[in-house]
Design a protein. Structure first.
Length: 314
């Protein structure tokens, strides 16, 4: 039985040595399994790639794939999924916030045959700001109500999957990727493994608040048409309001003959309705922009260097 480990990396020169030592310890404790480690360098600007090359020379189980620029974590994970050769595949972060020590337990659960994947779910958010934790909880609740993606509170990208599930994920070749939603959308029976949040072993997070906000927006638009429905219902609502207001103005003018009075409130109403219209157009524009990216059908990533000959480039 072979297990493929997919590790996206972006400026992780400080994290890679301790991560590799932890992975060596874990894989060494599982002699009945073969392992391959696929490190995907997402256009790092530090010594991430030279370190990966050194590790690959010392350990033949390591494959490194280096992008020509930063294409994002989603592209890095997709590149890993496209190039796995194992019966099982796990995706995990390089900063060790996804503890390698959970891998044996995840494999044990998967070996029972009752589940197709084992996904890690954080029960605490130790080390995160309260504002970030609050918005994260709100996002998961919102996604659970407006989309078909089965996303649990505290769900992470850290999970171990059977090859059948990996193949299903690869078959979804869309450019606008949101893996947390894809994992839930493809189905398959998932066991949620709780664990306490672990702080980074080194370095700083690459995700800013606004970066996470953009990522969340992409996720909502990738797996829900609810924003479009909101825009449509808002338009219908304000159409009825405008008709009612016209009737009111007409009756008032007929009775009192003073159509000029009340112009400040009229201006406010016009500005408010105009703002709603622009907001609705903005929502539609976001969906159209996603369609524009998909229609161009550009590759998800471009590989500049790798130690694997038969690399899959998509």
């Amino acid at each position: 039985m072979k297990i493929s480990l997919i590790i996206p990396c972006y400026n992780e020169e400080e994290s890679l040595p301790p991560l590799y030592e932890a992975l060596k310890e874990v894989t060494g404790s599982m002699p009945n399994y073969d392992f391959e480690m696929i490190f995907v360098d997402d256009g790092s600007k530090d010594r991430t790639l030279p370190i990966l090359k050194e590790l690959a020379e010392a350990d033949e189980r390591i494959t490194y794939i280096s992008f020509s620029r930063n294409f994002g974590k989603e592209a890095a994970m997709y590149a890993g999924f496209c190039n796995v050769s194992g019966d099982y595949a796990a995706v995990m972060d390089a900063d060790m916030q996804h503890p390698p020590s959970l891998i044996p337990e995840m494999v044990k659960i998967l070996e029972t045959g009752e589940y197709d994947s084992v996904a890690a779910r954080r029960t605490t958010r130790k080390g995160e700001s309260k504002i970030r934790s609050f918005f994260s909880r709100c996002f998961y609740k919102l996604m659970g109500k407006i989309s078909d993606a089965n996303m649990k509170q505290g769900a992470t990208d850290f999970r171990l999957m059977r090859r059948e599930m990996v193949d299903a994920i690869v078959s979804m070749s869309e450019n606008n990727r949101f893996s947390k939603g894809i994992f839930g959308w493809v189905g398959f029976k998932t066991y949620w493994l709780p664990y306490e949040n672990v702080e980074r072993v080194a370095g700083k997070t690459k995700w800013s608040f606004f970066g996470l906000l953009k990522y969340s927006t992409d996720g909502i638009m990738s797996f829900s048409t609810t924003p479009l429905k909101i825009a449509s219902w808002s338009g219908l609502f304000f159409t009825f309001c405008s008709i009612a207001l016209l009737i009111f103005v007409f009756i008032r003018a007929a009775l009192y003959g003073d159509p000029v009075a009340g112009w400040p409130s009229t201006i406010c109403i016009i500005l408010f309705i105009g703002g709603v219209q622009l907001f609705s157009l903005g929502i539609m524009g976001q969906y159209i922009s996603k369609m524009y990216v998909e229609v161009k059908n550009r590759p998800h990533y471009i590989v500049s260097q790798t130690n694997k000959k038969d690399i899959v480039r998509k």
